[in-house]
Design a protein around this ligand. Structure first.
Ligand code: UDP
Ligand code: MG
Length: 304
């Protein structure tokens, strides 16, 4: 059996169409399946649409959060309840067609336990694509698994990987990156991508930034080690600078000009120090969250 997990945040306009196309696709594939919709605190009537879908289709299960916790929390909640041997995640906005699930499953061959969709031609604003490009580079580097598209959420995971993801939630919220650290083999399949038909992206800048920071510090100590190395380098440079100034003072006399040059150099280092503090704070913050052990989400309703 396969489980389809769909995070939903104010998607009432596309849910009916999505359910129809999804069911059609799975029927053609001859797959026994369940569809788990996770309502991430929608306020546009998505809940009513989901209740209706549940009433008409036994394969539909619904989990509802009490408020908005974010796409990745929703995906994890869906995975937690999924019963399938394979879990496929899919966005609710139909930017990725459900029809591409077939090729995705076909790529899940021997030795491959994660298959990612790759949006070769993307229909998103260029700023969004630029951000994704950066995220891909960072994710590939920190996870150590090169992928063209970490951001595409049309993906398939084997049960074994899903278990590992659930067991290591504290590490990161970024499900595709987390999955790749546990996968024996990963594959990528080119999938279609269209513009959003109803409304704009449900992602704000703040949430994207949050996710990038999470990615940066969730998988390695590399960022903080780079800062330490920079610190060592700067100290050596500073020492050389002091030597030169000392010699100059003995040979030529005291220097008074160039004070503002010194200021600008100082500002660079002040900036570096603040960056270093921020990075340390980011790691400490992670420890704090781990220690606090607050539940990552609260479920208010389950239909199954
Ligand atoms: N989503 C969610 N919670 C959020 C934001 C988004 O569950 O806080 C869902 C949304 O309903 C959609 C998917 O995550 O099914 C991807 O969101 P969106 O299409 O807005 O992201 P984009 O395509 O712009 O990356
Ligand atoms: Mg989208």
């Amino acid at each position: 059996m396969i489980s389809i997990v769909v995070p939903v945040f104010n998607e009432s306009a596309s849910l009916g169409d999505l359910h129809h196309r999804l069911t059609q696709t799975l029927k053609e594939l001859g797959q026994s399946h369940e569809v788990i919709f996770v309502d991430d605190g929608s306020s546009d009537g998505s809940a009513d649409v989901l209740r209706a879908l549940h009433a008409q289709d036994r394969a539909v299960r619904v989990i509802r959060f009490n408020r908005n916790y974010g796409q990745h929390a929703a995906v994890v909640a869906g995975m937690e309840r999924a019963r399938g041997d394979v879990v496929v995640t899919l966005d609710a906005d139909l930017q990725n067609p459900p029809e591409d699930i077939g090729p995705l499953l076909a790529a899940l061959t021997e030795g491959v336990d994660v298959v990612g969709g790759w949006r070769k031609t993307r229909h998103d604003p260029w700023l969004r694509r630029l951000a994704s490009w950066a995220v891909n580079r960072v994710a590939s580097a920190v996870v150590g698994v090169r992928m063209q598209d970490y951001g595409c959420m049309l993906r398939a995971y084997r049960r074994s990987v899903v278990e590992q993801i659930l067991a290591s939630r504290g590490v990161s919220q970024f499900v595709p990156a987390l999955a790749n650290t546990f996968a024996t083999g990963v594959a990528e399949v080119s999938v279609a991508h269209g513009p959003r038909e109803h409304g704009g992206s449900r992602y704000g800048l703040a949430r994207l930034l949050r996710l990038s920071f999470d990615l940066l510090t969730g998988f390695s100590l590399l960022p903080i080690q780079v800062v330490s190395l920079t610190g060592i380098l700067v100290s050596i440079l500073g020492l050389g600078f002091a030597l030169v100034l000392g010699l100059r003072r003995l040979l030529i006399g005291p220097e008074v000009e160039g004070v503002f040059t010194l200021f600008s150099i100082l500002f660079v280092f002040v900036g570096l120090q603040i960056l270093a503090l921020g990075l340390i704070g980011e790691y400490v913050g992670r420890i704090y969250q781990e220690v606090r052990r607050r539940p990552p989400y609260v479920i208010s309703e389950v239909l199954e």
